[in-house]
Design a protein. Sequence first.
Length: 259
Amino acid sequence: MRTLTSIFRKALGQLLLAAACAFGAQAFAASMAAVDGGLVEPLFPIEGEGATVVAAFRIDVLPVTNAEFLAFVAANPEWQRGNVPEVFGGAAYLRGWASGTDLGALDPDAPVTNVTWFAAAAYCEARGARLPTEAEWEFVANAGFSNELGRNEPGYNERVLSLTANRDPVPGPVGHGAANYYGVHDMHGLVWEWVFDIGASFNTGDSRSDGDRRLQLVCGGGSAGAVDKSDYAAFLRYAFRSGLTGDYSSGGLGFRCAN
């Protein structure tokens, strides 16, 4: 049975790869949502700091799945587990896969996890895309179901916090939750997600400001300086990102692409 399963998964990867080659960037573009852009306020604004201007962009409607990443490593063997230098792959890279080209018992439709920033960036680059910036990701994540700013919808912050705090340890299939205002799924509650500029919310160019912002985040009374003191899910996201390095990976961290 295991042999048949392995053959099936390998064949699935080759079929996905062939489909990607056949349809090219147009196929991926069809699975992306167009976002006009706008302004994103920093979670902890330092004195004199204004909102970030986000230009128009496109972002994946769904997180990248195990099946999609399998097709990528089949076409790019240098990113298969065992072939990637530890500085780029880390010790936990693709943990749970049976081999470099076999998902084992993992759900092909679940978001790929245990991928480093380097691997996620390489996947997006192979698609002619990139990882979303932190500001882009937050811009989309801030949307509700009916408007661009979810906190204007009753119960939005509480719903997002519940999704964030009650994640399953093993993520299920992508796309099962309702889409937000931009038509994007799974921004909350399925997995954490890589962004292009990890820790960007702390990189002001002023080390004193960076320290001030980090202290606000980790200290008990830090929410006093936050733009939205009730957005506890945002505190969790920024705190998680603040400790990331490019070679880190975990079973709760995935990604999606943008351009």
